[in-house]
Write a protein that binds this ligand. Structure first.
Ligand code: KG4
Ligand code: ZN
Length: 341
């Protein structure tokens, strides 16, 4: 049985290039403020870690203040402070973790260290769901700039990684192919937009590992295949064909795992979960081939990095009594997704 209920949680996320704070109250998100550093990183066409860390510093306190104000709470009303403690860029993570530690110390409140991947994993699961109906076993597909992963969830906090990428992540593939086509940073959403105007069957690109009987992914070969295309002038057709190849692999492996483990629920999470083609295709294929399972997509504001998903994940840690103190928490850039129950 859950130990505690109805917390007011302030969550902080700074693992890469978004400075974000959110407030959760009565099991619902009341605010989710995101400051994106995209403009700063456009010049370099990618994130320079030290630039990202420096950019978090002037924003972190104003973003927290704004999240509290939007939620109509005082910092003294807060039951606990949640923070992403990994994986991510160490210099970026430290800004969030140290801010959370200082607040937990000053307010004398518990602190909850959250794995960024658990945030993405639970971002489509409403907090009230667990208490109303049992959605487990569930399958989570995390697709972001850093990860591509299929996770079997036996319960909240009980996870098993079924497979992950052996090279590039899905978002990374979108970004790198966009770069090859000379599209502006960040490439993923730009490539997706361009793909809408192209023919997905124009180029026969590889679907790496699609027929292998495991849940691992590989996208580096697809990027290389695009690099070696003779005619790169048909950008929209290349974008559409590359997107179709990525989506085909993600959908095939997700359906295969969902069938094998007879899951009741399929959850999508991560930056690439914003991709319309992926959302539509997964939905259609799940309805057609495994109608007994329900598919949940995160709200669009919860797809790319944000503190809202960290607040949602921390809610469960809080009610199960899985909290810590400011002197026991540490950022870990290589933190693994593990069961905590
Ligand atoms: O989850 P996220 O914000 O950061 C990581 O944890 O990595 O994901 C960012 C990734 C980037 O690679 C970005 O290009 C990709 O998500 N992305 C998209 C779309 N929106 C964001 N990829 C494809 N289509 C989109 N609409
Ligand atoms: Zn992320």
């Amino acid at each position: 049985m859950p130990k505690r209920t109805n917390p007011v949680i302030l969550a902080i996320e700074t693992s890469a290039d978004e400075t974000s704070a959110a407030v959760l109250k009565n099991g619902k998100l009341k605010s989710n403020v995101i400051y994106s550093q995209i403009r700063q990183h456009r010049k370099t066409g990618g994130i320079v870690p030290e630039v990202a860390a420096r950019a978090h510093i002037p924003k972190i306190l104003p973003v927290i203040r704004q999240a509290a104000a939007q939620a109509g709470v005082q910092l003294t009303d807060i039951s606990a402070i949640a923070v992403t403690r990994g994986p991510g860029l160490i210099t970026s993570l430290m800004i969030g973790v140290d801010t959370a530690k200082a607040l937990a110390f000053a307010l004398n409140k518990p602190i909850i260290g959250i794995n960024h991947l658990e945030g993405h994993l639970l971002s489509a699961l409403p907090t009230s769901y667990k208490l109303q109906a049992n959605p487990f076993p569930a399958l989570g597909l995390i697709v972001s700039g850093g990860h591509t992963m299929l996770v079997l969830m036996r319960d909240i906090g009980k996870y098993k990684i079924l497979g992950e990428t052996v090279d590039d992540a899905a978002g990374e593939a979108f970004d790198k192919i966009a770069k090859i086509l000379g599209l502006p940073y960040p490439g993923g959403p730009v490539l997706a937009k361009l793909a809408e105007k192209g023919d997905p069957r124009a180029f026969d690109l590889p679907r790496p590992m699609i027929n292998q009987k495991n849940y691992n992914f590989s996208f580096a070969g697809l990027k290389t295949a695009v690099l070696y295309l003779d005619d790169k002038s048909r950008k929209a057709d290349i974008a559409a064909s590359a997107q179709a190849a990525i989506v085909d692999v993600l959908v095939a492996k997700t359906l295969q795992a969902a069938k094998e483990y007879k899951v009741k629920t399929i959850l999508l999470g991560g930056g690439v979960a914003a991709n319309q083609k992926l959302r539509r295709t997964l939905k259609k294929e799940i309805q057609k081939k495994i109608p007994y399972s329900t598919f949940h997509i995160p709200h669009s504001t919860l797809t790319t990095d944000n503190a809202g998903m960290i607040a949602l994940a921390s809610y469960y840690h809080y009610i199960y009594g899985n909290t810590s103190t400011f002197d026991r928490i540490k950022a870990d850039p290589n933190l693994k997704l593990k069961s905590w129950r």
